[in-house]
Design a protein around this ligand. Structure first.
Ligand code: PMP
Length: 338
């Protein structure tokens, strides 16, 4: 018989899928590390179970405890699944720019959800950073996960995602492209791949309104780079400890409009029903196309599933209201030529 002991046993070992049409004339082999096959439908299941296991091991998380996290949804989903299996209570603190679907999904898996305003500074007591910290201080037997600064986040990707990519490409991967939020994915995978082959190039996808690209290029944390944006899951107005800038070769910024349009294109052109950061990642990869030759093997990681965005990037009215729609209305053959 072949079965997992519980749902957590199905995390990881996700497929790698060739990207065929949307890459246009890029001569390289371009592969998607397709993370929606995880049980919580995102890559974040991997770090959620690792952060919990490490906190259990050193006593930060005790039996019957309450797990508290500020999360854009996907980490919350992974944590909630683990909380169910392991008997913990789960509280997610989420910002109000996140899709309604994400809130509903978290509630569906038994999490309490507290919604905070997005457009306040991180140190503002109303922000989701401050609220989650305060809740953890006030709740007995609770543990504040803090995925931004928790080293188990990047470690999960160093131990699982990175080795899987290396193995699935037979060690031939030459470039890794991925959206950056907490930095766990890029830093863990980047460190692992560079240890195997220091020539592998690691590219981060950032958004307009986020500090990463400028900081990487200049070492300056420039507050003028910070303003509200629509893209979900990537970009930050802080520098999380999980971003290891030393393994990142460069950042590319993608606009909200392009990220939204390319999310739709991935579905319509490749049959990849994915989240908004996947649209940003593939558009960023296209912006990098001059870096790729025919012998290259480029891996792009797609973080989460399209179901979380049906009311947004997959909703024509939502797209039209933001002036994002005209490009999507073209037929697929025109889109491929771009
Ligand atoms: N895309 C989505 C949809 C996410 O939820 C996240 C996590 N914030 C990311 C990308 C970025 O991943 P990481 O936090 O590992 O940098």
């Amino acid at each position: 018989m072949e079965y997992a002991e519980n749902i957590l046993g199905t995390i990881g070992n996700t497929p790698m899928v060739k990207i065929n049409k949307i890459i246009g004339d890029i001569p390289a082999l371009v592969l998607a590390k397709y993370e929606t096959f995880n049980p919580g439908n995102s890559v974040k299941d991997r770090m959620a179970v690792k952060m919990i296991a490490d906190a259990e091991a050193d006593g930060r998380l005790k039996p019957g405890g309450t797990i508290i996290e500020g999360t854009s949804g996907n980490t919350g989903m992974g944590l909630a699944l683990a909380a169910i299996v392991k008997g913990y209570k789960m509280v997610c603190v989420i910002s109000d720019k996140q899709s309604k679907e994400k809130v509903d999904i978290l509630k569906a898996v038994g999490s309490k959800v507290i919604v905070c305003p997005t457009n306040v500074a991180p140190e503002d007591p109303r922000s989701y950073y401050s609220t989650s910290k305060r809740l953890a201080e006030e709740t007995p037997n609770s543990w504040y996960v803090n995925q931004y600064d928790n080293p188990s986040n990047a470690a999960a990707h160093y131990e699982s995602t990175g080795p899987e990519i290396w193995k699935q490409t037979d060690g031939k991967v030459t470039h890794f492209v991925v959206g950056v939020g907490t930095g766990g994915t890029i830093s863990g995978v980047g460190k692992y791949l560079k240890e195997q082959n220091p020539n592998v190039k690691i590219w981060g996808i950032d958004t307009y309104g986020s500090v990463f690209k400028k900081y990487h290029e200049t070492g300056i944390f420039d507050e003028n780079e910070i303003y509200p944006y629509i893209t979900e899951g990537i970009g930050e107005d802080i520098l999380p400890k999980n971003v290891d800038f030393s393994v990142i070769d460069g950042f590319v910024k993608v606009t909200d409009k392009d990220a939204a349009i390319y999310t739709q294109k991935l579905a319509k052109i490749e049959g990849f029903f994915l989240g908004n950061s996947a649209g940003a990642a593939i558009k960023g990869l296209l912006q990098l196309k001059d870096n790729f030759t025919k012998d290259d093997v480029v891996v792009v990681l797609f973080h989460d599933h399209g179901s979380r965005y049906v009311g947004k990037m997959y909703n024509d009215e939502w797209m039209r209201e933001r002036g994002f729609v005209e490009d999507v209305a073209k037929n697929a053959s025109d889109l491929i030529k771009e």
